[in-house]
Design a protein around this ligand. Structure first.
Ligand SMILES: Cc1cc2nc3c(=O)[nH]c(=O)nc-3n(C[C@H](O)[C@H](O)[C@H](O)COP(=O)(O)OP(=O)(O)OC[C@H]3O[C@@H](n4cnc5c(N)ncnc54)[C@H](O)[C@@H]3O)c2cc1C
Length: 478
């Protein structure tokens, strides 16, 4: 400790630092070996991640015969801009992931014979979504969290915000963060590998279904350190959130409600769209209808769904709407589109590695191209889990390779190996140098840091949007 910059209260050393405690961060931790020292941080408390909010469910490949249809549904929803390799990996890994989740104690709905029950959501040509009432995310995430809490090699720190990374020569050596508890302080966490699992960008919007503290911090840090981003203008608007003129997070009315038969109605209580079209198409139709009706919402009627099915399958939605003064078993509810999901993000390869050495990104923060321009409903929990596991496995592979190289080196005098050895042993020295050279005054004004981040991200979203527009125009001209 005495070697550190005295302005820093603390430097924590870890093998792996995971930023974020949603499904992607938790599952990465569970897939790393028990002999690694892992530190996880969360900007808020452990229950305040979007993973806890997921209602509808999680997709799975039902059987081999479902492959082509699942692949096509994902591609069609994504406007065929998806990375086919990522889609293939996600679909082929899905059964293993579900098997794992059940092993962790996750309880999915089952039919009268005890087999897994499937529901359907918009743009799926067949029911292939597993669910637990309408709180699937809470069911999955709370089980993963309980298992991570039991791991002796994992330390979880709440109320810590990552502000920056420790970086030299395009290699990440850990993070700089700020304690949100008063009096706040700045600390560093150095690590051989860093995993960003920081979720989406809903906090940048006035109307979003996301937690407001999810402000795309990893994107701003990427822009500062020239880490490659991809498609950050691909932002999904969910067609149906409960209309409210109160500030704060918008309450989602899951797509599976429409999958089970609920209807969208205009001000004259007439249908105006096929409710099961992809999300972006339905959201656009609602916006158009709101304009025509000169109204701040359209109506969603649960009338086609039997009352007992509503209460059994959607207890949370039923209860929340009652609290807001609407009995969905008796009357339609007002709904409006809101920002919901982020298809773009920090560019990663098929092993979730970013363009920076030793830095991985998983879950909604990352972009491996699986969702293309628009996510197919219930693919995101699955994608988060599949690619978090791949990040963990890749880190294990690299650590194994490095230690093999290291032990080889100890017994060999070849100059090539000597370079690798020097690299391995120099990382501690680099961290020390980076911390000592750091100007912490740049992190002191947190409000300003937030404002600057938001502006940088919005500008970059706009720049990428224009770039896509130009590109599409060129294609149209050809
Ligand atoms: C209302 C709602 C319903 C949904 N329903 C479904 C569904 O039915 N099916 C489906 O597949 N998907 C659904 N989704 C999407 C899905 O829940 C998310 O995409 C997924 O859970 C993202 O997981 P994650 O681990 O990437 O991020 P999150 O679960 O959002 O976790 C992000 C974590 O990062 C931390 N963090 C962020 N920034 C920082 C920082 N600077 N420093 C430290 N920590 C930081 C946060 O505190 C949090 O712990 C839904 C989303 C919402 C909002």
């Amino acid at each position: 400790m005495k070697e550190l910059n005295p302005n820093f209260n603390l430097n924590i050393q870890a093998d792996v630092i995971i930023v974020g405690t949603g499904v992607s961060g938790l599952y990465a931790a569970l897939n790393l070996p028990r002999n690694l020292k892992i530190v996880m941080i969360s900007k808020s408390d452990l229950e305040s991640s979007d993973s806890f909010l997921a209602q509808g469910g999680i997709c799975v490949l039902k059987n081999d015969a479902d492959y082509d249809s699942y692949f096509e549904d994902t591609m069609r929803a994504g406007h065929y801009e998806n990375n086919k390799d990522s889609v293939d990996i996600m679909i082929r890994s899905s059964q293993d992931i579900i098997h794992d989740l059940i092993g962790y104690g996750v309880d999915f709905e089952r039919d009268e014979h005890g087999a897994l029950a499937f529901t359907r959501e918009g743009a799926h040509s067949t029911p292939r979504i597993l669910y637990h009432e309408d709180v699937t995310g809470k069911e999955i995430t709370s089980h993963l969290l309980a298992h991570v809490k039991e791991l002796p090699n994992v330390t979880i720190l709440e109320q810590l915000t990552m502000l920056d990374i420790l970086e030299e020569d395009n290699t990440c050596y850990g993070i700089v963060c700020r304690s949100n508890k008063e009096p706040s302080s700045i600390l560093t966490i150095s690590a051989e590998y860093t995993i960003w699992a920081c979720g989406g960008i809903g906090g940048l919007y006035d109307h979003s279904t996301n937690f407001p503290h999810l402000t795309g911090d990893a994107l701003a840090i990427s822009l500062r350190h020239q880490i490659k981003l991809q498609n950050i203008d691909y932002i999904q608007i969910h067609p149906t959130t409960l209309y409210s003129n109160k500030p704060g997070r918008r309450f989602l009315i899951s797509e599976s409600v429409r999958g089970e038969g609920a209807l969208l109605l205009n001000k004259n209580k007439e249908r105006f769209v096929d409710e099961l079209l992809p999300r972006d198409v339905v959201a656009n139709a609602i916006h158009k209808q709101m304009k025509e009706d000169n109204a701040p919402f359209v109506w969603l009627s649960f009338a086609p769904i039997p009352k007992e099915d509503i209460i059994h399958h959607f207890p949370n939605i039923y209860k929340h709407c009652l609290e807001e003064g609407y009995d969905v078993t008796k009357e339609p509810i007002p709904v409006v589109p809101a920002q919901h999901y982020f298809m773009g993000g920090v560019d990663v390869n098929r092993y979730s590695q970013t363009s920076m050495e030793c830095l991985y990104a998983v879950g909604e923060t990352s972009c491996n191209g699986v969702h293309g321009k628009n996510r197919l409903a219930s693919n995101s929990l699955l994608e988060s889990l599949v690619f978090a596991k791949r990040a963990a496995k890749d880190i294990v592979k690299k650590i194994t390779n490095n230690s093999e190289q290291y032990s080889l080196l100890m017994n060999c005098n070849s100059s090539e190996n000597a370079i690798d050895c020097m690299k391995a042993t120099s990382s501690k020295a680099v961290v020390k140098k980076l911390i000592q050279a750091m100007d912490i005054s740049q992190y002191e004004n947190y409000e300003q840091w937030n404002v600057t981040n938001k502006t940088m991200i919005r500008n970059e979203i706009e720049r990428m949007r224009k770039e896509h527009e130009q590109h599409n125009k060129k294609i149209e001209c050809r």
